[in-house]
Ligand binder design. Structure first.
Ligand code: ZN
Length: 333
């Protein structure tokens, strides 16, 4: 079934195109209405096509702003090839500042390959996978820890399914030049059943990287700068932005995820350890306090993993099943 989405942008046209993807949404206040998903396309002759995507989760802001800033500041004449800017992919979620869409509770990064006859979030996922990704060579999908987590700027990538893909992924990592890279150790590939945008990219033969850029429901202006620099460096590295002169590379520490440490008690989490700390298996990383039962001693939280704390929970209150920190180890060279 074809997508019900119509695009105001002609992705085949040269020059600057901007407008909205119209996602049909017939509701009480608007019988023939549509949800506007903003999109910009810059196209100039031969070259690769790059999709820059943000706002897949609506409470993750650096990517939304960095992509918008880039879409405004670049001219089509500076480009070789095509760049599609999709800063607010799940627009209703982004408008509300929520991880999931208030219309259908849709978590866009759990809905790929989507459904053209489904809810608005499913329709958007389907449009991205079936209409946008087939146009693309490379996808960059920008996230953060959202309202509940915080990550220092971290690139996420697979290891590649061919030597050529592996080499390009390493080039993209070096070009983005974030302090950390989370290199996946399994899954993915063209037969991926992943419900994420990266899964969609794998199925369409698009080389993709993600990034986690801060979080906690806020925007960090320093991380925004790092993000914009990284996007320009990536476009330059792909030959799409030949006039840009990248500054000196700062270097990236490549990591593999060990796992998350979870809360098993409800209460207020008081961390002992922070991002950047190295922890040992069995070590106490924090306590869950119960101020509603002040005579009850706080419960110690211990890590089952040794390694580096890269991500942490931001809100104080935690329930059983909430991730408190995520522990990593250095990747094999
Ligand atoms: Zn996200």
């Amino acid at each position: 079934m074809v997508s019900p989405v119509t695009s105001e942008v002609d992705f085949g046209a040269e020059g600057r195109q901007q407008g909205f993807l119209r996602v049909p949404h017939s509701v009480h206040r608007s019988a023939y209405g549509w949800i506007p998903v903003p999109v910009v396309c810059l196209c100039n002759g031969e070259g690769p096509t790059v999709l820059l995507m943000g706002g897949v989760h609506g409470d993750e802001y650096e990517g939304q702003i960095a992509i918008s800033n880039l879409a405004r500041s670049l001219a089509a004449e500076e480009i070789r090839g095509r760049v599609i800017f999709l800063p607010m992919a799940n627009a209703p979620a982004a408008e509300a500042g929520l991880r999931t869409s208030p219309i259908d509770d849709g978590n866009l990064n759990r809905l790929f390959p989507g459904d053209p006859s489904g809810t608005p979030s499913q329709v958007i996922a389907h449009y991205i996978e079936e209409e946008l990704l087939p146009l693309c060579d490379v996808m960059v999908d920008l996230h953060s820890g959202g309202s509940s987590l915080y990550y220092p700027p971290t690139l996420l990538r697979g290891q590649g399914w061919t030597q050529e893909e592996a080499a390009l992924l390493k080039r993209l990592e070096a070009a983005f030049d974030l302090p950390y890279a989370w290199v996946f150790t399994g899954g993915g590939g063209p037969n991926s059943t992943a419900r994420t945008a990266m899964g969609g990219a794998n199925r369409k033969g698009v080389v993709s990287v993600m990034a986690e850029l801060g979080g906690g429901g806020a925007l960090d202006p320093e991380i925004l700068k790092v993000t914009e620099r990284g996007l320009r460096r990536i476009l330059h590295g792909l030959g799409v932005l030949p006039g840009y002169e990248p500054d000196v590379q700062r270097g990236t520490r490549a990591l593999h995820a060990q796992g998350s440490v979870y809360a098993y008690e409800a209460g207020i989490y008081v961390p002992l350890r922070d991002i950047g700390d190295t922890v040992q298996e069995g070590e106490a990383i924090g306590y869950i306090h119960r101020p509603d039962t002040p005579w009850a001693p706080p419960k110690e939280v211990t890590t089952p993993y040794s390694g580096l704390i890269l991500a942490k929970r931001v809100p104080g209150p935690a329930r059983r099943g909430d991730a408190l920190v995520q522990v990593f180890r250095d990747a094999e060279p």
